[in-house]
Design a binder for this molecule. Structure first.
Ligand code: FE
Length: 349
């Protein structure tokens, strides 16, 4: 068939196809599976696109949703970058083969070793990009601060009937308890967990904010919370939140020993990433000064990069500086299966 006899619509289709291919070649895309959703993230992603020309295609879910989706999609997954919250989830996703090693000089230099994966499998498979402290809150009217300034005291008889927590199996607690295994050893940690169960004012239920409110109402007197939940209440102008915060005190535990337990929100390159170079570039971008501020401040957290300091966040300023536990957080996360067995034995729901 002579070219001149091609139907017009074929020629049009061919022209459109080549135009589309041209656009696709220039228009680099990064598929981001994210369990983080904060207003400041929009600016974060827009700035990355502005700086690199790489467009971000976001698939938002919660942590369990992101992990389940990655597992279900397997090798066909379009995911390039994965953002998850908590070292327990990050270490589990790594163990499930959902990530891949990343050897980046920028990331190794910017992210402290204790806030990233240890890299036993040929390079670190995930990196922390913001940090949160696990704090003890207490009712100022009924509890002496000195009786709750260590994690160990949550399990001591003097605090009987006073303690509230969310489920022991929640990642925030699994990682904290995994850190306790590193500090105290497994047998002493199990004794401690039994003590916490014996001290409970009610069976575990709700999230961290619910525990803070229960401390304020007097239903319990002592609880654990991630620092950003407390910061959120501290910044709230709602009368009921102001009322809650008037009754609640907080401590950074273990200032006289190993320091306060720190956890992370982190990122990784997906195992089957099709846009690997762009994915590494995005993680490196997250470790930059400006991105660190957006990423951390957006959820009232602290930057993972130590040289980056947040200013203008009244809650973080009010919390001040404190001694952080520098235990490798990946190690705490890896203890989660052992911790879960202990929880089952001591009846910590
Ligand atoms: Fe949370």
């Amino acid at each position: 068939m002579a070219p001149t006899s091609l139907p017009k619509k074929w020629i049009l289709a061919a022209l459109l196809a080549s135009a589309a291919a041209g656009v696709m070649a220039q228009d680099k895309v990064l598929n981001l599976y994210s369990a983080r959703h904060y207003q400041t993230d929009e600016a974060l992603y827009a700035n990355f696109t502005k700086a690199t020309g790489i467009r971000i295609n976001r698939i938002d879910s919660d942590d369990a949703g992101v992990i389940n989706r990655l597992k279900a999609e397997g090798a066909a997954s379009p995911a390039d970058v994965v953002l998850l919250v908590d070292a327990a989830r990050l270490t589990r996703a790594e163990a499930d083969g959902l990530f891949q090693p990343v050897n980046s000089a920028v990331l190794q230099q910017r992210i402290p070793a204790h806030l990233r994966d240890s890299g036993d499998g040929g390079g670190p498979q995930w990196f922390g990009f913001s940090t949160r402290a696990r704090l003890i809150v207490y009712n100022k009217g009924t509890v002496q601060r000195a009786d709750v300034d260590t994690y160990q005291e949550l399990g001591e008889p003097k605090n009987k009937g006073k303690v509230c927590t969310r489920s022991g199996s929640h990642p925030y607690n699994l990682t904290l308890f995994g850190a306790m295994v590193q500090h105290l050893g497994a047998p002493a940690t199990e004794v401690w967990l039994k003590g916490v169960v014996d001290n409970m004012a009610r069976p575990p239920k709700g999230g961290d904010t619910d525990q803070i409110k229960a401390v304020a109402s007097g239903e319990c007197a002592i609880a654990l919370t991630n620092s950003y939940y407390l910061a959120r209440l501290m910044r709230s102008t709602k009368p009921e939140d102001v009322e809650v915060m008037s009754k609640v005190g907080f401590v950074f535990p273990n200032q006289e020993s190993w320091g306060t337990h720190m956890n992370v929100a982190g990122g990784a390159v997906a195992r089957h990433a099709k846009n690997r170079a762009e994915a590494v570039r995005f993680l490196e971008y997250l470790a930059g000064d400006e991105a660190q501020l957006y990423f951390a401040n957006g959820n009232n957290e602290w930057p993972a990069v130590p040289s980056v300091r947040i200013s203008g966040n009244p809650a973080l300023e009010a919390m001040g500086s404190f001694k952080m536990d520098n235990l490798p957080i990946a190690q705490a996360g890896r203890n989660q299966a052992q911790v879960q067995q202990m929880l089952d034995r001591v009846g910590f729901k």
